[in-house]
Design a protein around this ligand. Structure first.
Ligand code: B12
Length: 585
């Protein structure tokens, strides 16, 4: 087996599972699940209990992501959304409170990181208030577990009455540049899940958004489902928890969404209600009428599926401004009112959908997923990994990575010329979407056989976890003949400077999405000056915004970037001409 394992620590040095579990038991004994206003209103002790009631009564639940940058703004925003919906005769069941990645870092290291503009709970008072503002379930999806601060976050969240905590997926894809604590992180990760496992009977669930982790990087949906099964194996069989999945951001094929929903239910032996089906955010762009249609196109099948097969997944009306910036309360309300109409009309569609076809497509995925799962587990075993040790399993899977897993163990038939050497059982939507963006951009260029960037060295990276913009730019520049040095995601400024020196390049292309375009550019320019690289040309693209001058949401900083000398055209169609003009060939 030709597998490269990029280990960051020796997994055999992790404490054994008995120690992890007994630590978790001790920690759990000091926790009392708090009572939220939501629990009081609905007479339940957990969100899952509520979901089961709603599933029985055939009610569709609704979810919104809330991502403001301070507790006071969040508190006020939550009230505005709740009251605004109430006045309009509508409602919301759960808020996905989007915390900043800083929440995943222990207090003593936080000064080393730049906040990404989402919520940071600074005091115990703020933690306690999460469930005491309005009677809506507070879901903590991001940057709780899988980070460097999982156990502490889980303890605080459970004490506050939060009974769905994530995000299992982020262990695999989110990084904390400059803090190399992978062994610590892995132990903390599995311990945090084991603590939640202690509350399994009280219906606490471990949340995982598949699209936030390695799930987003598979090309074949069958392997993605097999990956979901691996996650279940770790969280449920090895750590005693209950896993609630979430997916959807990257599913633009409306019917694949429901096929996948059915398939996920088929591999869920404990019948844990899912957290939510996220909206298809990838199709959202800058045209509001198109975004409006995007919502309707994904929401109809999502609702129809929940009406026919209630599996507890809340549906998510994504605000129409999704591709521009973090939404304001009124935009969240508007999207809910649109979703309400969809919920009203979905029964007409549900009864004409060919559910036999949906279920048989789902079964095909399950068959593929089982193949992938078995192959991966057997391979881990033969590589000497203790497959009963959650920490060994997750760290080695992370070190192998989705690309190798898919190439070596994918369910698809082998074929030399296929992407990753296998014909997907069913290709993922994201692969189709990215291919289309690239094809459209290339169709507008006419290289006439020549490679306009031949011999040009370009350093490329993304400031954060978003990689698709970078991928498209990389493939595009390479097609034009450039030598692209791709530094990957969450790139640090020192890596950029080092690579510029090593490659002799004078061009940096950075994708940035997390609302830190200005600060990143400012720090980069300063660092390049200090390193004697001030003649470097910087191009930036993605979402060129940042919360500045007291603003709660990110505002466009294109002009500021241009003033600093950064090329902020953010345009794939002009990038070749721009790079050619900058090149010092
Ligand atoms: C996919 C996605 C994700 C995926 C990323 C998966 C992955 N492996 O890349 C996941 C789910 C993981 C994710 C996570 C987050 N996301 Co996100 N995500 C998106 C989404 C839906 C699509 C972005 C994308 O990839 N588009 C596809 C690319 C190919 O198209 P494009 O962006 O238009 O790129 C074009 C141009 O911009 C340009 N371009 C891009 N880069 C470059 C570089 C150069 C040099 C040039 C010249 C041009 C250029 O060329 C491209 C092709 O035309 C957007 C919403 C949206 N619809 O845009 C939110 C969005 C970008 N995410 C957002 C946020 C806030 C986050 C989180 C911080 C949320 C959180 N608190 O956890 C986390 C990130 C956490 C972290 N630690 O970094 C915000 C950003 C808000 C802002 N800045 O105002 C957005 C806008 C959603 C929103 N409305 O809140 N996200």
């Amino acid at each position: 087996m030709n597998i490269q394992i990029k280990r960051r620590f020796n997994e055999k040095e992790l404490p054994d599972m008995k120690t992890i579990k007994s630590d978790a038991k001790k920690i759990a004994s000091g926790i009392t699940i708090g009572e939220t206003l939501f629990m009081k209103k609905h007479g339940v002790k957990s969100e899952i209990e509520y979901k089961r009631k709603m599933m029985k009564s055939g009610k569709i639940m609704k979810h919104s992501v809330i991502g403001w940058n301070s507790w006071s703004v969040t508190e006020e925003g939550i009230k505005k959304v709740y009251n605004g919906l109430k006045e309009a005769g509508s409602s919301i069941d759960r808020f996905g409170i989007c915390c900043d990645w800083i929440m995943g870092v222990p207090e003593q290291y936080r000064h080393k990181f730049q906040a990404s503009g989402s919520l940071i709970l600074n005091t115990m008072e703020e933690w306690k208030k999460i469930g005491q503002v309005v009677p809506v379930h507070p879901h903590l999806g991001d940057h709780m577990i899988g980070s460097l601060n999982g156990v502490e976050n889980v303890v605080n969240a459970l004490n506050a009455g939060v009974t769905s905590i994530g995000n299992l997926a982020q262990y695999f894809t989110y990084e904390y540049p400059g803090l190399e604590m992978e062994a610590y992180r892995t132990e903390d990760y599995i311990k945090a899940m084991a603590v939640m496992g202690e509350f399994q009977e009280q219906n606490v669930c471990i949340h995982c958004n598949l699209d936030d982790g390695y799930g987003a990087q598979f090309h074949d949906v069958a392997n993605l489902l097999g990956w979901a099964k691996l996650e279940r194996y770790v969280a449920e069989e090895l750590l005693g928890g209950r896993l609630a999945h979430c997916y959807g951001n990257l599913f633009s094929d409306s019917f694949l969404r429901i096929v996948f929903n059915r398939a996920l239910s088929m591999i869920d032996k404990y019948h844990t209600p899912g957290t939510f089906v996220n909206g298809n955010t990838i199709d959202y762009g800058f045209s509001m009428p198109r975004n409006y249609a995007a919502l309707c196109s994904y929401a109809l099948p999502d609702v129809a599926c929940q009406l026919t097969y209630p599996t507890g997944y809340a549906v998510a009306p994504v605000p129409f401004t999704e591709a521009i910036r973090i939404p304001e309360p009124k935009e969240i309300i508007e999207a809910h009112l649109t979703m309400d109409m969809i919920i009203e009309k979905a029964p007409y569609y549900a009864r004409y959908i060919d559910w036999d076809k949906v279920n048989s497509d789902a079964e095909v995925l399950v068959t593929g997923a089982n193949v992938f799962f078995e192959r991966v587990v057997n391979a881990l075993d033969s590589l000497g990994v203790d497959i009963e040790h959650a920490g060994e399993v997750v760290s080695v899977l992370k070190a192998i990575g989705p690309e190798q897993l898919e190439i070596a163990f994918g369910a698809g038939r082998k074929e030399k010329d296929a992407m990753r050497g296998r014909v997907p059982v069913r290709p993922t939507s994201i692969v189709q979407t990215i291919d289309k963006i690239q094809e459209d951009a290339l169709a507008k260029q006419n290289f006439e056989g020549a490679e306009p960037l031949s011999g040009v060295n370009v350093v490329l990276g993304s400031t954060d976890v978003h990689e698709f913009g970078k991928e498209v730019i990389r493939n595009y520049l390479r097609k034009a003949g450039a030598n692209v040095f791709d530094l990957g995601t969450s790139v640090s400024i020192s890596e950029i400077a080092d690579t510029l020196i090593e490659t002799g390049s004078n061009i940096v292309c950075m994708s940035t999405y997390n609302g830190m375009a200005y600060s990143f550019a400012k720090d980069l320019i300063q660092d390049l000056e200090v390193s004697g690289l001030k003649d470097t040309h910087i191009l930036m693209g993605g979402r060129l915004n940042e919360a500045m001058d007291g603003s709660d949401v990110p505002i466009d900083v294109t002009d500021k970037l241009v003033k600093m000398g950064v090329n902020a055209d953010n345009n794939i169609d002009t990038i070749i001409a721009t790079v050619a003009a900058y090149s010092s060939r």
